[in-house]
Structures are given as structure tokens and as C-alpha cells.
Design a protein around this ligand. Structure first.
Ligand code: FE2
Ligand code: FE2
Length: 263
């Protein structure tokens, strides 16, 4: 097994030719497929960019969506069109729609983009105004008053998904790989080379998912979990439990890279 993990590739900042060349270069590498942990594009360009992988790479692409993938759209519409695209595709797999994916006899993959749920750090005191709140229709509608409730509910929805899917994954597989966009622990919330402060944490971490992952692994001490995430564009690793490791990927707008080869 040999998968390339990429995160926050933000193809919306590349010219089409640059994005095509990047995928062509990936296609020359000896890989079984890709893991993409979100912020692939923006709503209006997502389908075009995913199809580059479909048409050029011709290998399985297991992915989840990040907050940027919804920019200019609504959460429901982007998810629906992504699911429809994957249903018609030979190579694209949107993880929240398919549950547990077997990678080898003893390892599997699950994923859900999740959402920063506003629960770590100091939401009320935070002065951060993410573009999410201006560019995703659900947040525009929610406004200042409804924002925290929406953040909470998006985090809870994803946590509930993991609760169910991990039950099946951990019953059968020794090593579970988890793809999510937003770091699920404060310790994994790297920002500019350090742990994010209380101002950024509410917008950069998903406590609800973290709770589910940590409880699941505490209850399965003989299983192993590796979480791959992004969103903060600053890389680091955090060992939450002896059997729970979180890798956060770094990124720079306009310069997509492979984070790591997962073997
Ligand atoms: Fe990003
Ligand atoms: Fe993001």
C-alpha cells in the first residue's frame, strides 16, 4: 500500500494549466491512490478540479471536503453534487458517503470533513472573522447571532458520523486511518509553527470529533489510529494517546505539495 496524502491544495489559486501539470506529475509516481484532506477548491470549481484527478490520475482518490470547498455555495448543495459526481466516477470516493474503506487486510480508511465547532479557545472573545462567514450561504443566513449554533451543529453532525463508522472500523481492523479537515484536538491545532491561541482555536479545531476519536481509542487500546488533517496550513504532529496520532499538514496558497507517502 502506497498512498500520497495531500491537504489544502487550493487549486482555485492555480491556473488550469498549473493544476493539470500538478496532477500529471502525481500520475508519474508509483502510488495506489491519493488521500485528500479538504480545501481542494471552491464551490464553482470543485467539480472541474476533481475531474482532473478522475481523468489524468486514474487511481482511487479518497477525499473529504474542507470549508473552502463550499465558498460561493451552500453546504447542502456542494455535498449533494459531490456525491452525485462520485456516483458517476470510476476513481473518486467522497468518504462520508461510503463508510469504511479497506486498505489492506489489517488497515482501513474512514473520513469526514468535520467543521471547526467553536468549542476550544475563546469564541466569545475571538476577533477572527473567517471568510467562511461571508462566503458560505449557510453562514451568511445565520449571521452573527446564529453562527455559533451552526458551528456547533456542523461539528456534532460529523462527530456523530465518526461514532457510527468507527464502531465498524475498530471491530475489524487493527489500524484505522482517519481523514478530516479541521484538527480535532487543541494539541494538533498548529498555526504558524505553534499551537493556535484562544483567538484562533474556535475557528481552527473540532472538539466534538476529538472527543469521539479519543473515547474510541481509549476503549480499543490494542488498535491504532492515525488522523490526517489540515485547515491551519501549519504542519505538526500530536500524540494524543499511545494509540492515537494526529498529523496536521502544512500548506501555502498556490503551491500544492505531497505531505507524506502513507505506506
Ligand atoms: Fe486551507
Ligand atoms: Fe480549511
Amino acid at each position: 500500500m502506497r498512498y500520497a496524502w495531500l491537504t489544502d491544495i487550493h487549486f482555485e489559486f492555480l491556473h488550469d494549466q498549473e493544476a493539470i501539470r500538478f496532477v500529471e506529475e502525481l500520475a508519474t509516481q508509483k502510488l495506489d491512490g491519493l488521500f485528500l484532506t479538504g480545501d481542494i477548491s471552491i464551490a464553482s470549481r470543485l467539480k472541474f478540479h476533481l475531474k482532473l484527478f478522475e481523468n489524468i490520475l486514474e487511481k482511487p482518490v479518497y477525499f473529504i471536503l474542507g470549508n473552502h470547498d463550499y465558498y460561493g455555495g451552500t453546504i447542502g448543495a456542494v455535498r449533494k453534487s459531490t456525491e452525485e459526481l462520485c456516483n458517476r466516477s470510476n476513481w473518486l470516493y467522497w468518504l462520508p458517503a461510503i463508510g469504511v474503506v479497506e486498505l489492506s487486510q489489517d488497515s482501513c480508511l474512514v473520513g469526514n470533513g468535520g467543521w471547526a465547532d467553536g468549542r476550544f479557545g475563546d469564541y466569545e472573545g475571538s476577533r477572527i472573522m473567517l471568510n467562511d462567514y461571508l462566503k458560505i450561504q449557510n453562514f451568511v443566513r445565520a449571521g452573527d447571532v446564529g453562527r455559533l449554533a451552526l458551528l456547533n451543529s456542523l461539528g456534532d453532525q460529523a462527530a456523530k458520523y465518526f461514532q457510527t463508522v468507527l464502531r465498524d472500523a475498530l471491530a475489524k481492523y487493527e489500524h484505522v486511518f482517519v481523514l478530516t479537515h479541521v484538527p480535532p484536538f487543541k494539541e494538533a491545532c498548529w498555526h504558524e509553527g505553534a499551537i493556535a491561541d484562544d483567538n484562533w482555536l474556535p475557528h481552527f479545531s473540532c472538539k466534538a470529533i476529538g472527543n469521539v476519536l479519543k473515547n474510541s481509542m481509549a476503549n480499543h487500546p490494542h488498535r491504532q489510529m492515525t488522523v490526517l488533517c489540515g485547515h491551519t496550513h501549519s504542519s505538526g504532529r500530536a500524540e494524543i494517546l499511545p494509540n492515537l496520532l494526529v498529523k496536521t499538514g502544512g500548506a501555502e496558497y498556490g503551491s500544492p505539495v505531497i505531505q507524506e507517502i502513507i505506506e
